[in-house]
Write a protein that binds this ligand. Sequence first.
Ligand code: ADP
Length: 294
Amino acid sequence: MARATTEERAESTAPADRARDSLLINISDVVKDYVTDAGTFRALDRVSLQVAPGEFIAVVGKSGSGKSTLLNMITAIDRPTAGDVWVAGTNLSRLPERQTASWRGTTIGVVFQFFQLLPTLTVLENVMLPMDFAHRGSTRARRDRALALLAEVDMVDQANKLPLSTSGGQQQRAAIARALANDPPILVADEPTGNLDTATATAVFQLFERLAAANKTVLMVTHDAELASRTHRTVHMVDGRIVDGPPRHAGAVATAGALAAAGADSTPAAPSAHPTAAHPSHATQRLSENLRDG
Ligand code: ADP
């Protein structure tokens, strides 16, 4: 029962809090300092960000600008040095450490540049894994849901293969199915197309568009300006701050549904080459380690 009491404390109840909770993500004045041998390094410098349910947001910026650190605040992989992070009605500063993994498991699906599927499990078992951790339903129900999710990403025929015997694009589609396993309201993707060729990247991006159209909130770090321009909103990061980006031309601000209706499938994407493709950052590595261990 002690657990329920602490969970209640992490939830908001006052009317003002409820209004704020209509935002799925509400970050205010977040600072993140890393203390290193060379001194204190400020990776996030008074960052504020508000995200409504169903938004598809691109997070862009040079390597080292703080994108992964920002995602780590939202996924509760890391805690801010100062400032508030509210996600899906929970104040993450007040979420007890021991509840963090289960909170994350049901609130946020995470997709990585290098897929991070467990190589010794089949594609199907990988997709079932978050449901196993969450003790969700019977084994049969988990399997049925995993197969349904694999069908959504056109991967049923690969279900019994080991991940490494499928292509990069197929692994990323399986990873998206895994991220959806517990039906989280939020998907966070750290350069999900960075390791894919242009055509495959476009197909994966279209999956995110469909999910946003189905009211999932999607935050995607990307170096691909063309893909970023097709999301609802772009957050530009420079030296740990969110800055105003260049104004979008009117046609670029479209809903995922409108894009689909306009036949966006055939729009060629720009090449997604970027300097960090082969070198996941500290923050990204920590995110994947936490999810594996959690
Ligand atoms: P991006 O995702 O935009 O490439 P990161 O969020 O990974 O940037 O990193 C932002 C800055 O914070 C970088 O300068 C990075 O070196 C630094 N940083 C990230 N994690 C740590 C850490 N654990 N310790 C020290 N510095 C870190």
